[in-house]
Every structure is written in C-alpha cells, then in structure tokens.
Design a protein around this ligand. Sequence first.
Ligand SMILES: NC(=O)c1ccc[n+]([C@@H]2O[C@H](COP(=O)([O-])OP(=O)(O)OC[C@H]3O[C@@H](n4cnc5c(N)ncnc54)[C@H](OP(=O)(O)O)[C@@H]3O)[C@@H](O)[C@H]2O)c1
Length: 330
Amino acid sequence: MNWQPCDQRYEKLTYRRCGNSGIQLPALSLGLWHNFGNITPFSVQRDLLRTAFDSGITHFDLANNYGPPDGEAERNFGEHFLRDWKPYRDELIISTKAGYGMWPGPYGDHGSRKYLIASLDQSLQRMHLDYVDIFYHHRPDPDTPLEETMSALDHIVRSGKALYVGVSNYPAELADRAFSMLKEMGTPCLIEQPKYSMFERWIEGGLTDVLRKHKVGCIAFCPLASGLLTNRYINGIPADSRAAHDPRFLKPGAITPEVLSKVIKLNALAEERGQKLSQMALAWVLRDPVVTSALIGASKPEQILENVQCLQAGPFTQEELDRIDQILAE
Ligand SMILES: NC(=O)c1ccc[n+]([C@@H]2O[C@H](COP(=O)([O-])OP(=O)(O)OC[C@H]3O[C@@H](n4cnc5c(N)ncnc54)[C@H](OP(=O)(O)O)[C@@H]3O)[C@@H](O)[C@H]2O)c1
C-alpha cells in the first residue's frame, strides 16, 4: 500500500514568510547534504524524509554535488520521489544548486550560464522533476561577471525550470548587487542561503542588513554546526556520529576542549530553559525574523522529532541572550 502522510502534519510547525514573497517556509527545513548518499541505507533515507514531512517540514534542500558520490543525493531523492512524493509535489518546496565542480573540463564548475543551465537540466533528470521550486547559485564566482550568472538565473525562471532563485554564500556587498540586478531583470531573489549558527555569526556583520533592505528571505545552513551544537559530543565521539562515520567535513579534530567547554555551558543554559541544546541552538538562529528557516540535517528520525519542538520553550530573555554571547566570547 502507498505511504500515507500524517493528517495533522500542518499543526506541528510554524511557517514564516520568506522576505516579501508569497512563499512561506517551515521554521525548519531538511537538507540532504549528508545521509542521502551511497553510505546510508535507502530505508533510513526514506524514514528521514517521511518523518520530516509528517512533522510539517515541507522544504527539502539539495545540490548537484550532494552525495557521496556527487549527484547521488539527487538520484536517491528522485527514487524516493517516485515512490512516496509524487502525489504531494504541490505541497513541497524542493531546491537545488550549482556552483561547485560537477564534471570534468571548463564547463562543469563555477558560475557561467553554460554550467548553471546544463547542471539544472541534469538535476531535474536525476530527481525526476519537471521543475524545482528554488534554484541557487551555490557560491560566488569571482571570474564570471555577476551579470552573466544573474541573467542565467533569470533565464532559468523564465524557462519554467525553477519557480524562484536564490544565492548561497554570497557576502553582503555582492548580495546587494546581485539582488538589485535580479530585481531589475524582473526575477527578484527569493532567498539567500548562508552558514549561520552560534559558532558562525558572519552574517550579522552586514548581510542581514542587506537582506532586510531588499526584503529577501534567509535560510541558515548548519544551524547546529553539523552536530557540535547538540549533546552529541559531550561524552566523546559516538561511533554513529558524523565526526566518526563521515568525517568529510566535520573532522574529529574540530571537537577541541575549547569548543566542548562552550558546548557544555550552552547545554546547561538550555537545560535551564527546559529544552535540549539542539533546540536552543535552532531557536537562537530563528530569534531574528530575517531568518526564515533553519536548514538542518539529520541522521535519525528522532533528531527531527526533537528539533521540530525547538520553538516550544518560548522566546529568549535579554539576559539569556547576553549569557549566550558571554559563553561564545570566552
Ligand atoms: N549552501 C551551502 O554551501 C551549504 C553547505 C553545507 C550545508 N548546506 C545545507 O545545510 C543542510 C544542513 O547541514 P548540516 O547537516 O551540517 O546541518 P546541522 O543541522 O548543523 O547538522 C546536522 C547534524 O547534527 C546532528 N543532529 C541533528 N539533530 C540532532 C539532535 N537533535 N541531537 C543530536 N544531534 C543532532 C546530526 O549529526 P549525526 O550524523 O552525528 O547524528 C545531523 O546530521 C545540508 O543538508 C544542506 O542542505 C548548505
């Protein structure tokens, strides 16, 4: 029998308007960067996606190079899509990106019109989709004129292969120019996707002002610092954790005594607030309405269930925010 999602799925999460667009995104979105490649059983991937949707998460984020190997997360998502998701396509916001190396030669990387359009065509094929909801340029390309990259995004929307466009990892000044160009072309930027967590606060130094000025939404990636901002590593490195079993990006060496000391203090503050550290870290990212959604990863369905409760402890007091700043500055 076909899978039936939970009838109460829209009663569990809040939805936040993305900039001044017509789109609302769930406060939490699920990214497929890890745990959707060839090292994760298909049944685990299926359970993660189903749990997310049953919890009210309507947005799944991919990129051409998510795996391993490159392209595998989109291929797997495409298989899940055919089995579970096709009847629910209009309830989903599916995004993908291009900007990192995907195929050999000079046309499989960076920000040219040639690369972006070809890459999206490949992504759509892998995912068995006619269109994506959001297509991103994944990272700035200093060697391609910004006009070329932005006009490729505009073209992609006009060709019907994406409904909206976004940029990722663009610093404030570049984002400012990109947003103005896209607006002039008639394809306003829906969203920027930057890295943002208690441990990575660069967006507060200018980008959030640019987002507010242009009324562009923001989806914060790695809000849990890939698992550091949870109780995962407080008593060592568990064998099933990312740092142990898939240390492509989160290396065990990143879990230093200094980091752990902050995590332990933040964990105590979270307990005082009556929540888990993971939940407090997500609520903290969402404390500013300029952040539309926190883009989490998960290796277990229970993590998603825990994370979707992140706003239940209520807003932070100024004293709590000051204490967090103090701990982070130590
Ligand atoms: N645009 C870009 O350049 C870019 C770059 C990177 C990522 N992203 C996007 O951001 C998404 C999220 O990145 P991320 O996976 O690093 O995000 P994250 O949410 O910071 O970290 C997710 C990891 O934290 C652990 N975790 C999650 N919930 C937990 C809980 N309740 N308790 C304990 N541990 C928990 C899990 O690690 P374990 O595996 O240890 O269980 C999980 O895989 C990606 O999938 C991708 O869509 C975008």
